[in-house]
Design a protein around this ligand. Structure first.
Ligand code: NDP
Ligand code: GUE
Ligand code: MG
Length: 293
């Protein structure tokens, strides 16, 4: 069993990005600038956004954080997005999800200029990804592809079972794994809460990508010997023995599943750090105008 070290892989990618940024700057180019909008004080969201800002500093990007109370109106948020769309200093920005219930998230994502949509959530970027045109790939699926590639995991002809069909992880992941490319060329099954007899699918899987948000959902009896397991889940569960009062759990029961795996990601230290690295990568592409001329 090989542990897929997301932290180490993320650091390697960030070092590559830092070297490119240094070169850009030396050649008189613009310093890439990522902005993040955070509405409210959800614990996880605050942590992830702060991690993104810290990562920007590490690679030599500029960053801006716009943090609002959860009473911010949809109108005010849309106005801020319009401002960032027009701000020539900012190459890319993200609106952290989830948003408070009184704000229509789809409307907000559609208001972002696709050219600056470094999360890759705008329907234009989603469509371009599906069509195989240059696009910002959503960071979590792109990070998973990086892990598979950097560990030279064979994917061609394999049966990949994705659990979860969200717009940000499961659905794009299923599309990318089916593409005629490496990593890809898989036969893909996309499972969700209406799937009947999920274990009958996961037991056939050569590669399982779990993006459900239910801690320890995937158990040893659901997987075959030699499987590759990618655990996207990051749920905070109460843990009184920790200073923070919680610990992070994946969607896979690691202790019982890991012994059956050829490769598996830990949580934390698996997919999460890659998500941050790929967001930076998209921001670099934005600054270099690699996706949209
Ligand atoms: N590490 C990282 O970088 C990231 C981690 N995450 C984490 O990944 C997890 C998933 O996130 P996200 O995709 O946004 O989640 P969503 O809640 O948007 O989607 C969850 C999906 O899981 C499906 N599902 C729920 N229960 C079951 C079940 N019993 N059997 C089969 N499928 C089920 C749902 O089905 P249905 O569609 O029918 O409701 C849905 O498609 C979360 O823990 C999140 O925190 C997310 C993004 C990035
Ligand atoms: N607009 C938007 N874009 C996103 O990309 C986005 C989002 N909204 N909303 C929430 C999800 C979740 N997500 C994570 C990113 C990093 C870690 C991460 O770094 N996790 C660390 C642990 C961090 C910790 O200590 O909590 C790890 O798994 O090792 C996790 C989850 C991005 N998301
Ligand atoms: Mg992780």
């Amino acid at each position: 069993m090989t542990l897929l070290d997301g932290k180490k892989t993320s650091e390697a990618i960030q070092n590559e990005i830092a070297a490119e940024v240094a070169e850009l700057k030396a050649n008189g180019g613009k310093t890439p600038h990522l902005a993040a909008i955070l509405v409210g004080n959800d614990g996880g969201s605050v942590t992830y956004v702060n991690n993104k800002v810290l990562a920007c500093e590490r690679v030599g990007f500029e960053s801006s954080l716009f943090h609002y109370e959860d009473t911010l109106s949809e109108e005010e948020l849309l106005l801020k997005i319009k401002e960032l769309n027009l701000d020539e200093e900012i190459d890319g920005f993200i609106v952290q999800l989830p948003l408070p219930k009184h704000i229509d998230a789809e409307k907000v994502l559609e208001a972002i200029d696709p050219v600056k949509d470094v999360d890759g959530f705008h329907p234009i970027n989603v469509g371009r990804m599906v069509a195989g045109l240059p696009a910002y790939l959503p960071a979590t699926p792109a990070g998973i592809l990086q892990l598979l590639e950097r560990y030279e995991i064979e994917t061609s002809g394999k049966h990949c079972v994705v659990i979860g069909r969200s717009n940000i992880v499961g659905s794009p992941m299923s599309i990318l794994m089916a593409k005629s490319a490496y990593p890809g060329n898989c036969t893909v099954t996309l499972c969700h809460s209406r799937t009947k007899d999920l274990p009958s699918f996961t037991r056939q899987a050569d590669i399982i990508i779990a993006a459900i948000g239910k801690p320890e959902f995937v158990t040893a009896d659901m997987v075959k010997e030699g499987v590759v397991v990618i655990d996207v889940g990051t749920t905070r569960v109460p843990d009184a023995s920790r200073k923070s009062g919680f610990r992070l759990k994946g969607d896979v029961n690691f202790d019982e599943v890991a012994p059956k795996c050829s490769f598996i990601t830990p949580v934390p230290g698996g997919v999460g750090p890659l998500t941050i690295a790929m967001l930076l990568k998209n921001t670099l592409k934005a600054a270099k105008k690699e996706v949209y001329a």
